[in-house]
Write a protein that binds this ligand. Structure first.
Ligand SMILES: [Zn+2]
Length: 302
């Protein structure tokens, strides 16, 4: 369950081994990441996806939608829907679970308020757990190793699992940095996010799941030199210019949000695109119930 941001390890070897999709950077000088024309239009258009979302969604969820949507498009991660759920408690945490599902605790939003780049880095870290298939890999390795060691509490087994988890966390940090920087967020937000975590108990040393936060901060600082944010941003700007805003759906209640893939979120629309000669018509609107005046007056007689 890849509990995110919490604690430690061998970052340098991990970072050296990372295979990030970072090829093809233009060498042009840094330019500000301006909104693309369709974004500007969208913001000024009452029918647009962004303005509709602004109206419909609670502020924190709206910001999460814009962050996920922007990171997904800037990094070509929009082939499948993303899901965000806000957990209504004071924990300073976020984690990745299921498929493309990101849980963000309210405490984290509260502590990062005013720093959208720090939040974007956390979101990028969680998206990286999904894109790198960390949950599936951990489950599979864990099953293999448990067969090998016979006893689930075997010390060597536990250490291998811990090392795998720390490696995944380091990978997610590095990729989360590239995702958020590519999307145009301030890369130092990753450092500020980690500084917050370093105040939590148990985060200054390696744990069974996370590398020590000071090591994680050093790794990000090194990455900022090796992969400068402005170069990443150039790639992101090009991807943003060549894609359309992703739509969204609120599901079940006000805390569950789906950011649709580039395909949209409608089975019916997809059906109609595949079978133009046998389209599914829009659902007829229910006629409004007629008020029976006699019934009303009778029911009010007492
Ligand atoms: Zn994590």
């Amino acid at each position: 369950m890849s509990h995110l941001f919490q604690n430690t390890l061998a970052l340098l070897t991990t970072l050296g081994a990372l295979a990030l999709p970072l090829t093809g950077f233009p060498s042009s000088a840094r330019a500000e990441l301006l909104p693309r024309p369709s974004e500007i239009e969208a913001l000024g258009d009452d029918e647009s996806v962004y303005s509709e979302a602004r109206e419909e969604l609670p502020e924190n969820l709206y910001v999460l939608y814009r962050i996920v949507e922007r990171i997904a498009r800037a990094n070509n991660l929009d082939r499948h829907p993303w899901r965000v759920v806000m957990a209504d408690d004071s924990l300073i945490n976020a984690y990745a679970t299921e498929v493309n599902l990101i849980i963000v605790h309210y405490g984290l939003l509260d502590q990062m308020a005013g720093d959208v780049s720090a939040l974007a880095c956390v979101v990028g870290h969680e998206m990286a757990h999904h894109t790198e298939r960390h949950i599936a890999i951990r489950t599979s390795r864990s099953a293999d190793w448990q067969e090998e060691y016979k006893r689930p509490d075997d010390r060597e087994l536990q250490e291998r699992l811990a090392e795998l988890s720390r490696t995944h966390e380091s990978d997610a940090d590095a990729i989360g940095y590239t995702y958020s920087a590519t999307a145009g967020f301030d890369a130092t937000g990753c450092l500020r996010g980690l500084e917050i975590l370093s105040r939590l108990p148990g985060t200054l040393r390696d744990s069974s799941t996370h590398p020590a936060v000071p090591h994680r901060i050093e790794a990000i600082e090194m990455l900022m030199i090796e992969q400068p944010a402005d170069r990443l941003q150039d790639t992101g700007r090009s991807n943003l210019e060549n894609s359309d805003p992703l739509t969204y759906e609120m599901i079940e209640d006000q805390n569950w949000l789906r950011i649709n893939s580039e395909r949209g979120g409608s089975f019916v629309e997809d059906w109609n695109a595949i079978f133009p000669d046998a389209t599914i018509a829009p659902k007829p609107e229910e006629p409004e119930a007629e008020v029976d005046i006699d019934d009303v007056s009778e029911s009010e007689v007492d």
